[in-house]
Structures are given as structure tokens and as C-alpha cells.
Write a protein that binds this ligand. Structure first.
Ligand code: PEP
Ligand code: MN
Length: 357
């Protein structure tokens, strides 16, 4: 089975009862954009003592429902974290499984799952690990591909980062963008529910994902979020979920190179990028001359007072120029790190050391 585009996976964070499952299936079945119903049956809880899912019992309900003619076309997905979970998911006929963030972080576990999924036709959705490490995400996808899993898709669910971004998991869009660059053949869907941790930003996050060319969405939907046993703050009632879907604009993915205006503007961007890079080369050359002076004066390469002044001054200038000061801060932090590295390297070289920093 192929991952359709746009691919919309929706359903409760956890299956909590047979009635809740029937209710959500009834609602989601009427929404034509929904490709698959997600049902958490084993819940990875950060701390012990919470609701950990109904396991096999919930899978049995899912498969029983599919024997009723009105539900026969419903496709279910569940999370798997252990080989036994995969065996049960296969036994009860789910169409897709997803590998949760905490599991992706553990290559031993991912390899065990890949072994048991070997040659399987299930859709396997691989969530990113909590840390913003694109290689770890790629590695989990590659383990599935090497095991001959034919439909692998990535799920972006945001990252644990040091800085508080106001989201439960910071989106760091550059990470899935990098995954797309290095694995262009792998569909990527976005899970705004686990990024946001609450309902309000879901519409905007979903639209951002589509604007960035994601292939679909995974959203948590619950018949009554206020009484949900897990992730109540972020789940949408079916009616709001439908409104969210109807409010989305799905954009074209193809590159319209025939558009003359786009071509001209892109040429301008290409020229400006070249100028930016040339300015960076000039800056680094001056930086190396500074390194010589520092070395002759026996000064340390990193000068905190000067750096603090540079950063403040650049951020003030950025504001006057109408640029976002956080962006400019990050940019200059990167430039400064590179400058310190090359200064240190040129001093090391002058002193006869030849290791790279
Ligand atoms: C989930 O999808 O319910 C879940 C636990 O997500 P994550 O692994 O992204 O935290
Ligand atoms: Mn959840």
C-alpha cells in the first residue's frame, strides 16, 4: 500500500473504551480527507503510574469493528515499541504502525522492530527522536528500508530543546527540511498535536507544515477531549478537527519553473546569496588578521566583552533595519563561533599544531 497524498491520520491519543473507539470511528469515517485512524494502545508514559493503554484488548475491538460491513474500509494505525507489539498489531490486522519518539532514539529497539517487520507491507511511520538529530531519524528510517519495509514515512512531532518556545515540542522546521533534502523519496507528515501540546496553535502549525511541502498530517482527535486519559489539552473534538481540515490550503508541490517572474526572483536570490558568501569570506580573512595581532599580543582568542558589545550592536542594528533580532542573534552566534574556530586554528597552525577544531 502506498502513502496517499495528502495523507491525513487522525484519532485519539489512546483508545480508552470500546464506546470511545466506536464513537471516534463513526465521526472520522464521515470525514473524507481522513486516510487512517490512529489509535494509541500502548502509551509510553514519562513517569510510571499513568494510563498505559489497553493493549491487546483495544486491538481486538479494532479488528472486530472491521468485520462489520459499515467499518470494513476503516484503516487503523497504532504505536509499536517492542517486537511483541508488532506481532499483535499484525495478528489484529492494523494497516500501519508508528514508532514513537522515545523509541526512535534507541537504535537497538529500532533494529529489533525492523527485524520483526522484515518484508512487511504495513505502512511504518517513524517519528523523530526527541533530540534534533537528523541522523538518528534517518537511521531509524534506513533500518526499516534495509529490512525491506516498502512504505516508510517520517513523522515530525517537534523536539525537546533547551530554550522554551511556548510549544510542548519545538518545531525546528529546519530538521524535517534537512531530512527532506537528504531523503527526498521519503514522505514526511507533521504531527502538530504533539508539537503544540494544546489546541490553539494547531491550525497555524498544520498550515505551516503544508506550506513547507509536508505530505500530510497526523492529528489527535477525541470524542470528548476534556475527559481524555492522555493528552487532553491537545486533542480536538471531531467537529473542530473537521473545521481545521476545511480551513487548510493544500498547495502544489511541483516546481513551476515555467513561471518567468519566479525565475527572475530566484536569480536575484542566487546573486544575493553569492554576495553573502563573499562577504563572509572577507569577514573571515579579517578575522584571521585579528588572530595574528592577538597572538603577537598574547591575548586570548575569545574576548567576552568585545563579543557582548558586537552582539548587542548587531541586534540593535538589525532592529533598526527591520530584521528579527532573534534571527540575527542566532546568525551572529554561528558567525562568531566560526570566527573563533578559524582564529584558533590559524594560531595553532602558526605555533606548529596541526589539528582541526
Ligand atoms: C503519540 O503519538 O501518542 C505519542 C506518544 O507521540 P510521541 O512519540 O511523538 O511523543
Ligand atoms: Mn498523544
Amino acid at each position: 500500500m502506498n502513502v496517499k497524498e495528502p495523507f491525513v491520520v487522525a484519532g485519539p491519543c489512546s483508545v480508552e473504551s470500546r464506546d470511545q473507539l466506536v464513537s471516534i470511528v463513526e465521526s472520522l469515517q464521515q470525514i473524507s480527507q481522513v486516510s487512517m485512524i490512529r489509535c494509541g494502545v500502548w502509551k509510553p508514559r514519562t513517569r510510571p503510574g499513568g494510563f498505559e493503554g489497553l493493549g491487546e484488548e483495544a486491538l481486538r475491538w479494532m479488528s472486530e469493528l472491521r468485520t462489520e460491513s459499515k467499518y470494513k474500509d476503516v484503516r487503523f494505525a497504532c504505536e509499536v515499541a517492542r517486537p511483541e507489539h508488532v506481532e499483535l498489531a499484525l495478528k489484529y490486522g492494523v494497516h500501519a504502525v508508528w514508532i514513537g519518539a522515545r523509541t526512535t532514539a534507541n537504535p537497538f529497539m529500532v533494529q529489533e522492530l525492523a527485524e520483526i517487520l522484515r518484508g512487511s507491507e504495513l505502512v511504518v511511520m517513524v517519528k523523530n527522536a526527541p533530540s534534533p538529530d537528523v541522523k538518528l531519524w534517518m537511521g531509524a528510517i534506513e533500518r526499516m528500508q534495509k529490512a525491506g519495509v516498502t512504505s516508510v514515512c517520517a513523522v515530525h512531532r517537534g523536539f525537546d530543546v533547551f530554550k522554551n518556545s511556548g510549544y510542548r515540542n519545538t518545531p525546528l522546521w529546519e530538521v524535517p527540511i534537512e531530512l527532506r533534502r537528504v531523503m527526498p523519496e521519503v514522505p514526511i507528515i507533521c504531527d502538530p498535536s504533539h508539537i503544540a501540546g494544546r489546541r490553539e496553535p494547531l491550525q497555524q502549525l498544520s498550515q505551516t507544515a503544508l506550506d513547507l511541502g509536508f505530505d500530510g498530517l497526523m492529528l489527535e482527535v477525541h470524542p470528548c477531549p476534556a475527559s481524555a486519559l492522555t493528552d487532553g489539552n491537545q486533542q480536538l473534538p471531531p467537529r473542530d478537527f473537521e473545521a481545521l481540515l476545511n480551513g487548510l490550503v493544500w498547495r502544489r508541490h511541483d516546481e513551476n519553473v515555467a513561471d518567468e517572474k519566479l525565475r527572475v526572483l530566484r536569480e536575484q536570490i542566487d546573486r544575493l546569496d553569492e554576495q553573502l558568501l563573499r562577504v563572509l569570506v572577507d569577514r573571515l580573512q579579517v578575522s584571521c588578521q585579528i588572530a595574528e595581532v592577538k597572538q603577537q599580543s598574547n591575548m586570548t582568542v575569545f574576548q567576552p566583552k568585545r563579543w557582548d558589545w558586537v552582539l548587542q550592536q548587531r541586534m540593535e542594528l538589525a532592529e533598526r533595519l527591520g530584521l528579527d533580532s532573534d534571527f540575527v542573534k542566532e546568525l551572529f552566534e554561528k558567525i562568531h563561533t566560526e570566527s573563533v574556530r578559524t582564529q584558533q586554528e590559524s594560531i595553532n597552525q602558526a605555533e606548529g599544531w596541526d589539528f582541526k577544531l
